[in-house]
Design a binder for this molecule. Structure first.
Ligand code: SF4
Length: 417
């Protein structure tokens, strides 16, 4: 019998915030109240907001297809267009849904994804986002512009930040001409201030999970991160995180556990398995195991954004992003998280179609396990393609991992007694 997880009251406010965002997007399309820009999840959203664009994030749309378990219906449609089964299943499910004329945004009154006036990518996360945007650019004859970022970055250098800064500044004339307005420095500073405030609040929400027991899990985070993603640079994101933070702090004071009977604590690295969030969350909870933190949810903390230095601080945020780094800085980051959240082990998701956000294939789990003295588990799966995920296999692996962790803990307590 599965243990019930404790749901957050803030989910109602989250739903309202996200619905209002989708409605604004729909209004921009139907009433032409604002030009529409598409933006990658860590693209220059603050700049687009300062220019008055309504901003659509296709990765959010693709995650909705995954979470709604409709992605697999659309994947073959894109594969038939020559887009490989081995490339990003966000891209292929989203393009397939467009060709099928269907979208979960219909629940919010939109007829489909909003038609873009311009598509703005940043390859700091992967090349797939550029290919994805270029597909739509060809469909609509819309301009596709962006930033070609350095990847596998070791220690961030000034030269790398200078390069991205120059690319960001070069976007301005193109975006001004699509928006039909000149960039206002005050509006850019305001968008940066909103983004920074929301980021700080989101970080504080995530850090509440360092408490024992944890009031919040990775699985909660994947849902409640919505405003941090789609409302970056808008004041509504911070407004929502004030609500969430208040509830999480109340939980900490009251000792409310996200996972009843929390015994073990884990860190998650890699993409979520959107179509199995609920199932995985229930399985871990059944074993009294709280997945308390993740690289994924942390990736929307942008502490370096500075309204007084918008261009270089946006560039630095782009270059310093976890996914854009080499294994050395990634491992140092995970080490800090293991210590901060005091976890018993690390789960690595080997995401079949996203090698970019998979850290299992060049020995990292073994190196971290040896260095930190804690076990690691590699779960095979995918972000959206559920053919790559086996419920039985995942459950067996999680059960074995929990046993291993419990044995290690029993042994440690015997030794220290
Ligand atoms: S990071 Fe991975 S999941 Fe995200 S768009 Fe790129 S390939 Fe797809």
């Amino acid at each position: 019998m599965a243990e019930a997880r404790t749901e957050l009251r803030s989910t109602a406010a989250l739903r309202d915030t996200m619905s209002a965002y989708y409605k604004t997007l729909g209004d921009a399309v139907t009433t032409k109240s604002a030009p529409v820009a598409w933006c990658t999840s860590v693209g220059p959203a603050e700049l687009l907001r300062a220019l008055g664009f309504a901003v659509h994030f296709p990765e959010n749309h693709a995650a909705m297809l995954g979470a709604g378990r409709t992605a697999n219906k659309y994947l073959p449609v894109a594969h038939a267009q020559g887009y490989s089964q081995d490339i990003c299943s966000y891209l292929t499910s989203d393009v397939g849904a467009y060709l099928a004329g269907e979208s979960p945004l219909s629940a919010f009154g939109l007829t489909g994804v909003p038609r873009a006036d311009v598509l703005v990518f940043n390859t700091n996360q992967c090349r797939d986002v550029r290919d994805w945007f270029e597909w739509y650019g060809r469909q609509w004859n819309a301009p596709v512009v962006g930033i070609n970022s350095p990847r596998s970055v070791g220690d961030v250098t000034d030269a790398e930040v200078d390069d991205v800064t120059a690319q960001l500044e070069a976007l301005v004339p193109v975006l001004e001409s699509v928006a039909g307005v000149r960039l206002d420095g005050g509006r850019l500073a305001a968008a940066m201030k909103s983004a920074r405030e929301a980021s700080e609040l989101w970080e504080r929400c995530l850090h509440t999970a360092a408490n024992k027991p944890s009031p919040f899990t990775f699985f909660d985070g994947t849902i409640h991160m919505g405003p941090a993603v789609v409302l970056r640079g808008a004041p509504e994101a911070a407004a929502y995180y004030h609500v969430l933070l208040a509830e999480l702090e109340e939980r900490v004071r009251g000792g409310v556990q996200a996972v009843p009977g929390e015994t073990l604590r884990l860190y998650w690295d890699g993409m979520p398995v959107w179509g199995r969030l609920r199932a995985l969350s229930t399985t871990f909870a059944e074993f009294h195991t709280a997945v308390v933190a993740s690289t994924y949810c942390n990736s929307w903390i942008f502490s370096m954004l500075d309204p007084a230095d918008p261009w270089r601080s946006m560039a630095r945020a782009s270059v310093e992003l976890f996914i854009a780094r080499s294994d050395g800085p990634k491992e140092r980051y995970i080490e800090r998280m293991v210590e901060l959240y005091d976890v018993d082990g690390i789960v690595f998701h080997d995401c079949r179609t996203c090698p970019n956000n998979t850290n299992t294939r060049y020995g990292m789990p073994r190196r971290l396990s040896d260095k930190l003295g804690i076990p690691t588990l590699v779960l095979d799966g995918d972000v959206n393609d559920l053919r790559c995920f086996s419920d039985e296999q995942a459950r067996t692996n999680i059960e074995g991992f929990v046993e291993q962790l419990s044995d290690a803990r029993t042994h440690a307590s015997r030794v220290t007694r």
